[in-house]
Each structure stands twice: as C-alpha cells, then as structure tokens.
Design a protein around this ligand. Structure first.
Ligand code: AMP
Length: 192
C-alpha cells in the first residue's frame, strides 16, 4: 500500500492536489472535511454536532473524526493506498492513524506539506467562499479562527513527522501543474 498525507493550512491547495495525485496513483481519498460535510448534508446526528464546530472554525473533537476515518478505511479493504487530506490535524489523531494503519499492516510512507503564506491563504479562502457555498470560507473571523486552530493544534505535526523522517515541504504557490509535478517527484522517490 502507498499511504500519503497531504498537509498544509486551510486554502493551501490540498484538495486540488489530492485529486491529481489520486488520478496518477489510484489511491483512495480520505478528506475528513468532505466526510463531515456529507454527514451534515445528510442531517445525521454526527453531522449536526460537527457543524457547530465547523461553523465556528474550530476543530471537531478527535474521537468523532478518528471513528469516521476508521469506518471509511474498513469499507475500502481492497484499496491500493490512501491519501489523507485534512487528517490528521492533531497529535492524538496522528497517533490513532499510526495504530489504525498498523492494523492494516501498513504505515504512512510520506507527508507532503504545502507551504503558502497566510495573506495569500486568506485571499484564496475568501475567493473560494464566493463560489464554494462553504460558510466557513465566507466570514473572515471564522477563517482567522481556522488559522489559529492550525497554528496551535496542527502545526506540531510537522515535527511529529519530521522526527520520523517523513515530512517534506513543497512550495504551494505557482501553477497547479508545477506544484503537482514537484509532489510527484517526491512520491516517486519512495514508491517501489
Ligand atoms: P476542511 O474541508 O479540511 O478545510 O475542513 C473543514 C472543517 O471541518 C474544519 O475547519 C474543521 O472544523 C473540520 N475538520 C475537518 N477535518 C478535521 C479533522 N481532521 N479534525 C478536526 N476537525 C476537522
């Protein structure tokens, strides 16, 4: 299995690059943001609870997200690999992921971190909010809150994966295809 994490702040281009990586390497996409929005749109109890956090720009509690990822992985037993997009976002999530992957007899091969400055990210998110219909992209204070959550809870994962020798950063500004090609070069260094 080839398991990758696409890492970076909100608006860095994780979703866009994930789609291209999936097409190239035939991986299963796990976007916890997409899964949570699907739960919310279906009006499930989990979705309604999660929406309270999402609309404030806060992270959804770890146990909710971890359970959702576990169920998704269990439903894809014949996957060639997974690309984790927007997960893990906290150290406990990363620890839980390591354990879940061990149950599948596999592990994370590489973490690809997209680096983009905050001013550019705010611009991108506000622009995306005009077309995506995502309420958490439309309000500047919610967007700023998402960055705070990222700084406080998610950024420590860089160190977590750097210590495992898995963290790689890629400039996330420029042409989508150039960024994709830089990501592929990194993936190809670890792909057997
Ligand atoms: P995203 O689509 O990845 O930007 O996620 C949108 C929102 O969903 C985030 O701002 C969080 O409120 C929530 N969310 C998504 N993934 C996670 C996660 N791994 N842990 C906690 N909350 C998450």
């Amino acid at each position: 299995m080839l398991n990758l994490i696409i890492f970076g702040p909100p608006g860095a281009g994780k979703g866009t690059q994930s789609e291209k990586i999936i097409a190239q390497y035939q991986l299963e996409h796990i976007s916890t943001g997409d899964l949570l929005r699907a739960e919310r749109n279906a009006g499930t109890e989990l979705g309604n609870k999660a929406n309270e956090y999402i609309s404030r720009g806060e992270l959804v509690p770890d146990e909710v997200v971890i359970g959702m990822v576990r169920n998704f992985m269990l439903s894809k037993t014949s996957a060639k690999g997974f690309i984790f997009d927007g997960f893990p976002r906290t150290i406990p999530q990363a620890e839980a992921l390591d354990i879940m992957l061990l149950e599948f007899n596999t592990s994370i091969a590489i973490v690809l971190g997209l680096e983009v400055e905050e001013d550019e990210l705010v611009k991108r998110l506000m622009l995306r909010g005009q077309t995506s219909g995502r309420v958490d992209d439309q309000d500047e204070s919610t967007v700023r809150n998402r960055f705070r959550e990222y700084q406080n809870k998610t950024l420590p994962l860089q160190d977590f994966y750097a210590k495992q020798g898995k963290y790689n950063s890629v400039k996330g500004i420029g042409k989508v295809d150039e960024i994709f090609s830089n990501l592929c070069s990194l993936i190809n260094t670890i792909k057997q």
